[in-house]
Design a protein around this ligand. Sequence first.
Ligand code: ADP
Length: 408
Amino acid sequence: MSKILAINAGSSSLKWRLIEMPTEKVIAKVAAERIGQAIGTIKVVGNGFKVVREMPVPSHHEAVQMLLKTLTEQKIINDFSEIGGVGHRVVAGGEIFHQSTLIDEHVLEQIESLAEYAPLHNPAEAEGIRAFMAALPGVPEVAVFDTSFHQTLSEVNYLYSIPYDYYQQYGARKYGAHGTSYRYVSQRAAELVQQPLQDLKMVVAHLGNGVSLDAIKDGQSYNTSMGFTPLAGVTMGTRAGDIDASLVAHLQEKLNLTTEQMIDVLNTKSGLLGLSGVSSDMRDLLAKEATNHRAKIAVEIFVDRIVQYIGAYVAQLNGLDTLVFTAGIGENESEIRLRICQSLGYLGVEIDEEINAKTRGVEQLISTPTSKVKVLVVPTDEELMIARDVVELGQIESQDLKVAHAQK
Ligand code: ADP
């Protein structure tokens, strides 16, 4: 047995899962929040225990030290040698990383060099990686990129219709996001419908705070709705999604904003929040839509943009076998799933409304036996995918794994 840490580092937070492999059992969820602020939080939650400490957490390095110490103090692990490997979610892998990669100094420098593609994420992730390399020397560290799943897109799908030189000189193209989620969900959906993923024309709708759609063909990402950054595509919690670039320039002038301020408006004050003026959270909007026009229109636009993208992807895939819902809204909001699917009747999509209404946060086929398209809910599990990549790339306790598989 080996214990793997799957890490998600933000600019002021570090979140991890400690996962036992090959059983894939989650042992603990661990988080440091408000790093760099006067008072931060250290949280460790597992089966039957919860430790929450308020204290200053000055940097990612200190956060890693404090969290590791809490793991041993709470006897979740006896010593660090039990940790077989560490996997890190990295937002931007550019065109450099087509798959998850074992980290050495050169790889770390490449992750840092991609900071201009994800200024809020890659530097924080690199700092998190450095902190773990210092705290756990000799333990394999693996980078798992949000973009790598989409490196299979063809030029036709990843190029923007702007001068080609800009792609060559500045990397101006679509990179997509949510790739680790799509990799997990598409594999799991194929298992659930008992067909090889390679044979399925599939659309996965990842509906969380960040929202994107992915068209999957031949087992690979064929097209995806996020773009150069996660700002493109459909309406999201606080992000605008697709918008005419001239309108952005027009508003920037009218509002007298810098480019950075304008992009911030599109990232943090738009989407469901900007439209409704009520909330970025779908639960709040569904609760208010009957009495609040702006909440109602926000939900309608949310559903409409998703329906538009699904239609575009069905055209590109030349058909659809499987439609999958995942992430906060996709897993929990049956009403949103229903409204999307009701607009897809022309494809032969038929939902079992009773089963759909009861499905929250669990794997479930929600289409009727006669539906031409199988519609599923599959809760995403990016951390598990990260842990699997660590085991594979780090060749961790391969003997133990072989024994475990032989015994199955
Ligand atoms: P993120 O993209 O930040 O990971 P989530 O996947 O947690 O976000 O999705 C958040 C969205 O999911 C919110 O709009 C929220 O209203 C919606 N949602 C609906 N039901 C739930 C639930 N039971 N738990 C979490 N989110 C939910």
